[in-house]
Design a protein around this ligand. Sequence first.
Ligand code: SF4
Length: 355
Amino acid sequence: MTPASTTPASTPLAAQGGLPRPDIGFTPEPTLVHDRVIEWFEASARPLPWRDPDCTPWGVMVSEIMLQQTPVVRVLPRWELWMQRWPRPADLAQAPTAEVLTAWGRLGYPRRALRLQAAAQAMVEHHDGQVPSTAAELRALPGVGEYTAAAVACFAFFQPEVVVDTNIRRVHARAFTGDALPGKTYTSAQRRLAHELMPSTEIDDGAAACAWNASAMELGALICTARSPQCQICPVADLCAWRAAGSPPPTEEQQTRGQAWAGTDRQVRGAIMAVLRTGETVGRWELLEGLPLPEASAEQRSRCLDSLLRDGLAAEHGGQVSLPGSQGSATPKPGRPATGGPATEETAAGETAAE
Ligand code: SF4
C-alpha cells in the first residue's frame, strides 16, 4: 500500500518552522520519505505474529507491553506462549499472580506483567472484556502510558495516532533534522516535528499515517540503528538530512550512556526473581545467602528483596518467601544449591529503552 497523499507535508517543513537545522541547507520532502519508507516496509518488514491481520487487539497490546524494554527475539517465544495460555483479557484477568510472573520469565522488568494483568482486569470491569479502541480509553487503563495507548490504537485499530518510540525519534532526528541521535529526552520540538511529519488523516482514513508509524519504527529497528546505520541500503539515503550534513558525530548531549548491569540492584532483583520463579517457597536467609552474586552485599540483597515485596512481585509470610499466591513448597531445603538460573533477569531489557 502506498499512500496517495501525505499532506500536511505538502507544505515544506522548513516553511512551517518544523526543521530546526536550516543550516544544513537541505529540506527533505516528507511525502517522498513517506512513500519510500512505506514501500520499503511492505517489501522488507519482519513477519511478526502481532502484525498478522488475524492478530487480535489483545495480541497487539501484549506485544507492545513486552517490547517496551525487551528485544523482539526474546519477546517472540514468550508472546506465543502467553497468547496460547491467555488468549483474551478475561483469561489473564483471573490468572494467579504467581503464574503470571512465572510466564513472564526472563523478559525483564516484571512489573510490566502485573500492570498488564491489572489492565486486563480493568478491561473486564469496564470494557466487557475487550481492548478499548481509542487512545484516550487505553490511556485510562492502569499501567498504560502515552506511547502504548497510541501504538495499540494505531496498530490494532488503525487510529491515526502519533506513535513515537526511540526508533522513530532516531529516524526523525537523522532524516529530517540532520542530527546523529535524538538525545535522551523527548523534547517539545521533537513532539511538534513528529506531529508535523504525520501523513494526512483525511484522505485515506488514516491508513497512511498508521503505515508511516509502523514503517519508520521498522526502519529505525533494522536500518537506521543507533550504532551502525546502514545508509548504503537505506531507501531514503539520498533524502536524508544527516547524510546531507556530512554525517556529523553525535554531540555530548545527544549521546546516551548504556545502562550498567553488573552489580546493580536490577541484577540482584533479577537473581531473586529467578529463584522464586522455580515455584519454591524459600526461607529469607537461605534465599539471600544463596544468590550467585558474590559481589552483592547482605545489605544490597536484603534491600532488593524488600523492594520486590513492596512492588508486589514477591510475598513473605513467617520468614518464608515465594511468588505472590504461589502454591510452592513451604519447606525450605537446607543446603539448596545457589543456582536459581543465570542472574540475567533484566540484562537484555537494560540494553534497550529505559524503563
Ligand atoms: S540514510 Fe542513514 S542516517 Fe539517514 S535515515 Fe537512512 S539509515 Fe538513517
